[in-house]
Design a protein around this ligand. Structure first.
Ligand SMILES: *Cc1c(COP(=O)(O)O)cnc(C)c1O
Length: 479
């Protein structure tokens, strides 16, 4: 007898011979009944099939390659909830070990067995925790001195990552921005201090500015802060947003002082899922000492044979990233991390040099201090070009590359730039393929008879403003 149900979804159903494959995937309503796991898997998988290959995504800072053992470990821990410390006490201990290792990479002076720090979903949560701690410390001081504590502010450059705007909005803390310009490409310590007063909870220098890849000079800032505090009696401190640099500087530039060796650096945050080399989402924040982590923020867990401090905005959250981070520390060691970061830097420098040699382009900065850099069109080329970097972005997308074009922050927002972030998993050979694709794309774009729509829109803006670089911009925030 013929089985007429074979298309409906049972063990015999061929995925692409099923009824489901003839129907649109659900958008608004849950389907009436179940289907087989094979069919459900295929539908979900196929929806993401056409996207960029993660390793060709040169826009992201976030890890897109881990070795097979790391991947296995993390997959095996996919059902573990970090917060269930009673059931999985070793995870909490492992988390404490990771915080210790990170704190020591940043030269913490803290003598406790378990250093003061916290796990986060990424730098965003880690920055938020560092900022809240600075705010609560300031508030306590103000209360004790009988002074008003309703108008806190913090100081940062216009190169801030969007999380700091969220921090300002969510906690209602005024964000005072030091402008970046073409001459001042990083945070100017003197300008930063001019914006400080008794209500300043902290200054936030960045190691690896998201927009440019550059580092703010934390040592110079610390010196200036020290002089300022001595003169004014204020207690302005520093939180370093080291989302990128936190895992680059300790390995490649250990002599550069940007961390807890500096007097006023009281907290530092980083992304474990950026150059900490772990899949998303993982961040770390560390305080110089327990006394800088306000009591209101820390919850002690004392059934582990040691007192482990728990801080964080989330309750339930995945634990797999902690295993991934601890694995990477053991697997790579200091020298292994150094070798990977070194390669990423060398490939970045190679790309920086090659792109700098291309006729249409000029690099934003001569130095490469993190594994990323930006470039823009030479003014004299830009004047006559029929295309823009947005067109180049589209062209490269056709070969599978994601290389973002965007406009710089306020004051230098007329610059359309392009950025490459090099991560583990990007080899010299891939760099050559990319350069080749860029050269081919330029050759095609140079053959254009008429200007592209983005070029027309730029030229229109120029007529209005009389500037070579003006562009309407996408207004999009870079990640
Ligand atoms: C990436 C980044 C952030 C946000 O980090 P996530 O890990 O994506 O949450 C914050 N600050 C800087 C400087 C960054 O580069």
């Amino acid at each position: 007898m013929k089985d007429l149900n074979f298309r409906k979804g049972d063990a015999k159903t061929d995925v692409f011979g099923s009824d489901e494959m003839l129907q649109p995937a659900p958008v608004d309503k849950i389907p009436d009944g179940p289907t087989t796991p094979q069919i459900a898997y295929q539908m979900v998988k196929d929806e993401t099939f056409a996207q960029t290959q993660p390793r060709l995504n040169l826009a992201t800072f976030v890890t897109t390659y881990m070795d097979d053992y790391a991947t296995k470990l993390m997959n095996e821990a996919i059902n573990i909830n970090y917060i269930d410390e009673t059931e999985y006490p070793r995870i909490a201990v492992m988390n404490g070990k990771c915080i210790n290792i990170v704190a020591n990479l940043w030269n913490t002076p803290e003598q406790e067995k378990w250093k003061s720090g916290a796990l986060a979903i990424g730098s965003s949560e880690a920055c938020m925790l560092g900022g809240v701690a600075a705010w609560l410390r300031w508030r306590k001081r103000r209360k004790e001195a009988g002074k008003p504590y309703d108008k806190p502010n913090f100081v940062i450059s216009t190169g801030f990552q969007v999380v700091w705007e969220k921090f300002a909005q969510l906690w209602q803390i005024e964000m005072r921005q030091v402008p970046l310009t073409l001459d001042k490409t990083t945070l100017d310590p003197e300008e930063a201090l001019k914006m400080c007063d008794e209500n300043t909870i902290c200054i936030v220098p960045i190691q690896g500015v998201t927009w440019t890849g550059l580092n703010d000079d934390v040592e110079a800032l610390d010196k200036a802060v020290d002089a300022y505090n001595a003169k004014t009696g204020n207690e302005v401190c520093i939180h370093v947003d080291a989302a990128t640099g936190g895992f680059i500087l300790p390995f490649l530039n250990p002599e550069v002082k940007w961390d807890f060796r500096l007097k006023w650096v009281l907290s530092i945050s980083t992304s474990g899922h950026k150059f900490g080399l772990v899949y998303p989402g993982l961040g770390w924040v560390v305080w110089k000492d327990k006394k800088y982590l306000p009591d209101e923020m820390s919850f002690s867990v004392n059934y582990l044979g040691a007192n482990i401090t728990q801080v964080g905005l989330n309750f339930s959250r995945p634990a797999a990233q902690i295993l991934g981070q601890y694995y990477q520390f053991i697997r790579l060691g200091f020298e292994g991390y150094k070798a990977i970061q070194y390669n990423s830097m060398e490939i970045t420098k190679y790309l920086h040099e090659q792109i700098g040699k291309m006729t249409p382009f000029v690099n934003y900065s001569n130095e490469v201090v993190n594994p990323l850099f930006i470039w823009y069109m030479k003014p004299e080329y830009d004047k006559n070009a029929k295309w823009t970097l947005y067109d180049l972005q589209d062209k490269l997308k056709q070969s599978g590359w994601m290389v973002p074009a965007y406009t710089l922050p306020e004051n230098i927002q007329n610059y359309v730039v392009m950025r490459i972030v090099v991560r583990q998993g990007f080899s010299r050979d891939m760099a050559d393929m990319l350069l080749n694709d860029i050269n081919n794309a330029i050759a095609d774009l140079e053959k254009l008879e008429y200007p592209t729509p983005t070029r027309i829109s730029i030229n229109k803006q120029e007529e209005i403003k009389g500037s070579v670089f003006t562009h309407t911009g996408s207004g999009k925030k870079v990640k």
